[in-house]
Design a protein around this ligand. Structure first.
Ligand SMILES: Nc1ncnc2c1ncn2[C@@H]1O[C@H](COP(=O)(O)OP(=O)(O)O)[C@@H](O)[C@H]1O
Ligand SMILES: [Mg+2]
Length: 408
């Protein structure tokens, strides 16, 4: 019954490409045994599959991911190695990541309501605290550090649930990986010690969450500057305008929470993500703000009403095709007015089978080649804030910085 061109990995049928990044492509998939549940399958790009270091890194990500069981972390079903290479199967989150939501808000001239931004950060803080404190079966700390807490790695479901995805560059004591990991995150969300190439611990995630909270409240990245080098200089000094000077709805209490989480020296930050979670929760309680999942669901409905129904239609169609066998693959992307997710094309299949050498981005270049799930039409090159096309330059700049300031 499997169609000639059907893309399979493990026992899953892949039927849409959700997004391609620097290292991985994420597909929407189903398990034919349980076709009602949608899964997201993350796969290593073919060129990288050939390299042992990447396979090991991806394997390490899978190992960490399956251990993480928390209401605010996406559930990983399994990780394995199929004919199409290593993969990580997780629950598909019907929603958008925070960067997409912020973009949509900006377009409508709005910003995220302050209590929602605070509640979202609180939920992510709880997820981080859980991950940081996780121990193995012998009670030994795993010392998981996400190191990439950024808007693209936090999803808001249409059901209002907040979930952290992507522990791709998390390092644990059981799997010490190469230095590559320290420069793979996004500069604007990095902590000063990360940019300086110094040893990091869980407090980089507290810093990263501070930058995400700042951006949700102000609509701008705290260290954004002309060019990556200037941005890195700002990160290094941890210099930023108080959020209240950009958004008057931010009060002194919240400025204080941000300042503490984004302190330049790790010792001056909240010692644990749980402390940041408590501070955010207390802020909500003191102001009598009770944020519910329904409030996020409403926000998402307001922002993406049309796209939600487009996505529903798209998904049903693709699923029917994938499970129906025959006409599984569309050779042309499905175009809807909102720029839909792509069906798996012949090219993509070839890429998947390792037959085509697609012009993939180098490691670390995390440009959005495709919109996350079914989002915006492709951005013109060079648009947007810090784009990942420049990571090659950034790496050189990091090396320069480390060289120039290494002794400090
Ligand atoms: N479980 C999921 N459900 C829905 N979308 C997902 C899921 N996992 C990832 N995505 C989408 O794919 C993008 C890239 O996934 P991610 O795991 O962050 O990979 P990368 O390591 O390339 O950053 C995310 O920003 C999100 O838009
Ligand atoms: Mg990511």
């Amino acid at each position: 019954m499997a169609a000639r061109n059907q893309a399979r990995i493990g026992r899953y049928i892949l039927f849409k490409s959700l997004k391609k990044g620097g290292m991985a492509r994420v597909f929407l998939a189903v398990d034919p045994e349980a076709p009602d549940e949608l899964l997201a399958i993350k796969t290593l790009l073919p060129e990288l599959r050939k390299q042992r270091s990447y396979r090991e890194m991806f394997e390490a990500e899978g190992k960490v991911a399956v251990r993480l069981q928390h209401p605010h972390i996406v559930r990983t079903v399994e990780h394995g190695d199929g004919r199409g290479g290593p993969f990580i199967a997780m629950d598909f989150i019907f929603g958008f990541d925070v960067s997409t939501a912020l973009r949509a808000l900006r377009k409508q001239g709005q910003s995220m309501p302050v209590p929602l931004a605070v509640a979202l950060a609180r939920d992510v803080a709880s997820a981080l605290h859980y991950a940081h404190a996780l121990v193995d079966e012998f009670d030994r700390p795993l010392e998981i550090v996400n190191r990439d807490v950024s808007p693209g790695n936090i999803m808001i479901g249409f059901d209002g649930r907040i979930r952290l995805i992507d522990f791709g560059i998390a390092q644990t004591t059981i799997d010490v990986k190469s230095q590559i990991g320290s420069i793979k995150g996004k500069i604007s969300y990095m902590a000063p010690e990360q940019v300086r190439g110094l040893p990091v611990d869980h407090r980089v995630d507290i810093f990263g969450l501070g930058t995400v909270l700042y951006e949700m409240l102000t609509g701008v990245q705290p260290f954004h500057d002309e060019g990556d080098f200037a941005t890195m200089e700002r990160v290094r000094r941890a210099e930023f305008e108080p959020a209240s000077s950009i958004n008057p709805a931010v009060d002194a209490g919240l400025d204080g929470i941000i300042a503490r989480s984004m302190a330049r020296d790790a010792e001056d930050r909240y010692p644990y993500a749980g402390d940041m979670q408590d501070a955010l929760q207390q802020w909500l309680v003191e102001r009598g703000e009770a944020v519910r999942g329904e409030d996020f669901a409403e926000l998402m409905r307001g922002l993406f009403a049309q796209r939600i129904s487009d996505m529903h239609a798209d998904i049903s169609k693709a699923r029917a095709q994938a499970l129906g066998g025959g006409a599984t693959l569309a050779s042309t992307p499905v175009a809807t007015e909102s720029g839909a997710m792509r069906l798996i094309s012949e090219d993509m299949l070839a890429e998947f089978a390792g037959l085509a050498s697609e012009a993939d981005l180098p490691l670390g270049a995390r440009a959005e080649v495709e919109p996350p799930t079914s989002t915006e039409p492709a951005k013109p090159a060079g648009g947007g804030a810090v784009t990942w096309v420049l990571v090659g330059v950034a790496l050189a700049a990091v090396a320069g910085l480390i060289y120039a300031f290494g002794g400090m």
